[in-house]
Design a protein around this ligand. Structure first.
Ligand SMILES: Nc1nc2c(c(=O)[nH]1)N[C@H]1C(S)=C(S)[C@@H](COP(=O)(O)O)O[C@H]1N2
Ligand SMILES: [Mo]
Length: 402
């Protein structure tokens, strides 16, 4: 497959019309670094409606708050994140095939899209969330893409099971990881190609898929057309887009993206099942999503009627599912349960809502915290880590009641 740069040039940018100043982007947090706020604009990538542009090359665009009012995030509002700037065009991607091999494979095979579609289809509704979602809200600020709250989305993914695809190649005893690489690449040959690995046992679970559909449609170009990996409950760094190779490995993958990036201090974020082949004494690879929630109908400073108003939002975790969402109006002294909405599956956004009544006029502070079925609860204080991952501190918004 030839590699050439996608033309996200001035033409595409002009389609978005003039940029809006940050204050005009509803829900964009005042806590973001000043430079990020100043430069953030609403813009349209090809095939997308307005997203919040953070960087253009490579494209890093997040979903505006209003698109989270439905528990399924529409394809044309779904965030876009790339590490490297050379993204193949659609006509090149239509020639797609997938090679499956590696030193722990019995043979090397190549699958076309027809092969993939001939395997039994599996479906899962799951949150795709960047490890660095909300990094821009870290205090003190840390380097990296300064995401607000929208480096995530929830979709219904449909595709073939990874284990059925791996079975085509045959798995040798001694296989420990499956490495994945995509069709996008770097401008400079020195830059390490983006490749990631997952533990073999996670790859063999029934919900790990190679998706060719998102919300009933082919994957959008910039969300991984024609096929991407979906590892429900794990952060999106493992959700390889435009996936073109799978490698069964008898040894852990030791590239930059595994050994240096996407790591958290060991023990800081407990997980149900460790990714043991990638642990060091000091750090672990980031894996499972932490429990989190987001208010979607109100933002800091919003005017509300003192007589009564609704607070609505979503909550999600690593797949244990959401047990409860609670609101506090007294700084966290007492909590009242919100009503949970439609359950789209344990890996999905869970909508919730609560009617607040009898607020005094003036400033009303509302805190929201979610608890998972596994018993994890959002922390009162940010769990600081140098790469700015797993931001899930309890959200506090102050409203103006009149
Ligand atoms: N091929 C490829 N896949 C990738 C990436 C990438 O840069 N290239 N980035 C990963 C990261 S870090 C994230 S957060 C998600 C973003 O998925 P999206 O762009 O569909 O929202 O894709 C993942 N898969
Ligand atoms: Mo990410």
């Amino acid at each position: 497959m030839r590699r050439r740069s996608m033309m996200l040039g001035t033409g595409a940018m002009l389609m978005g019309g003039p940029g809006a100043p940050w204050a005009a982007i509803p829900g964009l947090s005042a806590a973001l670094p000043e430079g990020t706020r100043d430069e953030a604009v609403l813009a349209q990538l090809p095939g997308k409606k307005n997203l919040i542009k953070l960087t253009w090359r490579p494209p890093n665009y997040e979903t505006p708050l209003e698109a989270f009012r439905t528990p399924i995030t529409p394809n044309d509002r779904f965030f876009v994140r790339y590490h490297l700037a050379v993204i193949p065009e659609m006509d090149e991607l239509r020639d797609w095939s997938l090679t499956v091999g590696g030193d722990a494979a019995q043979r090397s095979v190549r699958l076309t899209m027809n092969d993939l579609r001939s395997l039994p289809a599996a479906e899962v509704v799951a949150v795709c969330q960047c490890s660095g979602n909300r990094r821009g809200l870290f205090s003190p600020h840390v380097p990296g893409v300064e995401w607000g709250v929208g480096a995530m989305g929830n979709a219904r993914w449909r595709g073939a099971r990874l284990r059925d695809v791996l079975a085509r190649a045959g798995i040798k005893p001694g296989a420990v990881e499956v490495a994945m690489a995509g069709a996008d690449g770097a401008v400079l040959p020195e830059t390490p190609h983006f490749a990631k690995s997952i533990p073999l046992d996670r790859a063999l679970e029934a919900d790990a898929i190679i998706a060719y559909q998102m919300n009933g449609a082919p994957l959008p170009h910039l969300n991984g057309f024609p096929a991407r990996i979906v590892i429900p409950g794990w952060t999106a760094t493992y959700w390889m887009k435009h996936v073109t190779s799978l490698e069964l490995r008898s040894k852990p993958l030791d590239n930059f993206w595994m050994q240096k990036a996407y790591r958290v201090p060991r023990g800081m974020f407990p997980v149900a099942r460790p990714f043991a082949t990638q642990d060091t004494e000091q750090t672990s690879p980031i894996t499972e999503i932490v429990v989190n929630s987001l208010v979607t109908n109100l933002t800091d400073g919003a005017r509300v009627p003192a007589a009564g108003f609704d607070v609505q939002g979503i909550a999600w975790d690593n797949g244990s599912g959401i047990k409860s969402v609670e609101l506090s109006r007294d700084g966290g002294e007492s909590w009242k349960p919100a009503t949970l909405g439609q359950d789209l599956g344990r890996y999905a956004f869970r909508p919730w809502s609560m009617r607040v009544q009898g607020a005094a006029t003036g400033a009303v502070t509302v805190m929201v915290r979610a608890t998972s079925n596994a018993g994890a609860v959002q922390p009162a204080k940010l769990v600081f880590n140098p790469s700015g991952y797993h931001h899930n501190v309890i959200q506090t918004i102050t409203l103006a009641a009149a």
